[in-house]
Design a protein around this ligand. Structure first.
Ligand code: MN
Length: 425
């Protein structure tokens, strides 16, 4: 039997700059939130040691940055943290446990063929085995496998690759998987993959091949995908959508010809993420809104303690009159200032108005204006209205005037009784 510690999506060096309390755990060293993600990484290695595993597998997104157009690399604090934790882990375990890490969609400079996990391998060339996005592309071009072989087990590596983006990529990737990445029939075989959307970044063949285990990453919610394939989930809550998730890493026991045995090993996160759902109506006044928010915050009104301070998001939905919403936003800004004083145990306070519909009051809505015109001579007034729009193309303006005048004339000028009489005939 071989025992693997499978973890993923540690997102070390994740930081928040907006809507967080400007308070550093140690002055100018590390922020509370950045440290949370370091601790997730640390705890996973502690569990790896305690269960006496044979291998450690990280299925991607070890570092949070760079990502997308954000080309900043991990902070010195986080990089040092990771190297120190690994060094101590290898010392405690007599350099007997190899650590395998693949690239996710975070942590690599995609346009530069360079990944932030390369320095980890440089620091521990005999114990750390990394597989980058760049190595994957090279393996596809060279038509070579991406495998690390040990005497009892082979690991097949699938760093993040969005092959479903273009048909020719999908075909090239499938050919590469088929020709190079099929499991060994004699030795134990484990696939390590960063991807979750089938046909887009997770290839169906990987779930169909008889690997003894598929170590998946990218999905922050831990889940069993198949009896031999698990998403480990992230080690610390990342978005507010994860606020109620319990985080853990996986102890995976595999033996040839048997279903893997999976044990979850919990990682307790010290910080709460709280979301207040508030539904607004067009008659909700700023005053009533302020009262609601303050009532919700009462339970958090206590001395600030960084170790336990909560992250809070106010999620707004429903409808609000625009002028009311502006006043409510001012209230939120004021409350945020107050919350970041030491009388609230809150580290982050943000709001999300993405799903709130904001409307102008009826009296100011567009379209109402037209009634100011259509009083004396509706047809002439309509022409004035169209001219007031300043349409540059005269032909276009004339067409609109003619068409509009016809409609206006019919609606306002034809005596309704004529129509009634017509009906009687
Ligand atoms: Mn990811």
């Amino acid at each position: 039997m071989v025992k693997i510690l499978h973890f993923s999506d540690t997102h070390v060096s994740h930081r928040r700059f907006r809507d967080v309390k400007d308070s550093w755990k140690i002055q100018n060293r590390v922020s509370w939130i950045e440290e949370d993600y370091c601790i997730g990484f640390q705890k996973a290695l502690e569990i790896a040691e305690s269960i006496k595993c044979d291998y450690v597998v990280h299925s991607g997104d070890l570092f949070d940055i760079p990502v997308g157009r954000n080309l900043s690399g991990p902070t010195e604090y986080s990089r040092t943290f990771v190297v120190r934790e690994l060094k101590e882990f290898f010392e405690r375990t007599d350099n007997k446990i190899p650590v395998i890490i693949i690239d996710g969609n975070h942590g690599s400079y995609l346009t530069r063929n360079y990944s932030t996990i390369e320095f980890i391998q440089a620091a521990f060339p005999k114990s750390v085995f990394i597989f980058t996005n760049y190595q994957l592309k090279k393996a596809m071009v060279d038509k070579k496998p991406l495998v690390i072989e040990f005497k009892d087990i082979n690991f097949y590596l699938f760093p993040y690759f969005k092959f479903g983006r273009l048909p020719h990529l999908a075909q090239a990737y499938e050919d590469w998987v088929r020709n190079n990445q099929q499991p060994d029939s004699d030795k134990l075989s484990v696939a390590v993959v960063h991807g979750m959307q089938r046909g887009m970044d997770l290839h169906e063949l990987i779930l169909q091949y008889p690997y003894d285990y598929v170590a998946l990453g990218h999905d922050h919610k831990q889940r069993k995908v198949k009896k031999n394939a698990w998403q480990a989930g992230s080690t610390e809550k990342y978005t507010f959508a994860e606020r109620n998730q319990e985080k853990s890493v996986l102890e995976v026991q595999i033996a040839k010809g048997k279903d893997p045995v999976i044990l979850t090993k919990s990682i307790e996160s010290k910080r709460k993420m709280i979301q207040f759902q508030i539904s607004l109506k067009s008659d909700t006044t700023p005053k009533a809104f302020e009262k609601t928010i303050r009532e919700k915050l009462v339970e958090l009104k206590k001395k600030f303690v960084g170790e336990t301070a909560s992250r809070v998001k106010v999620k707004l939905e429903g409808t609000s009159i625009l002028s009311n919403w502006w006043a409510m936003e001012d209230i939120l800004v004021d409350i945020q200032k107050e919350v970041f004083a030491d009388t609230y145990n809150v580290l982050e306070f943000r709001w999300d108005d993405g799903e709130l519909v904001k409307r102008a009051p009826i009296s100011q809505q567009k379209g109402v204006k037209i009634y100011e015109y259509l009083i004396d001579d509706p047809v002439k007034d309509f022409e004035k209205y169209i001219r007031s729009l300043g349409i540059p193309d005269e032909k276009h303006a004339k067409q609109m005037i003619e068409l509009g005048a016809g409609i206006v004339d019919e609606v306002f000028n034809s005596p309704p009784q004529l129509k009634a009489e017509g009906k009687e005939e």
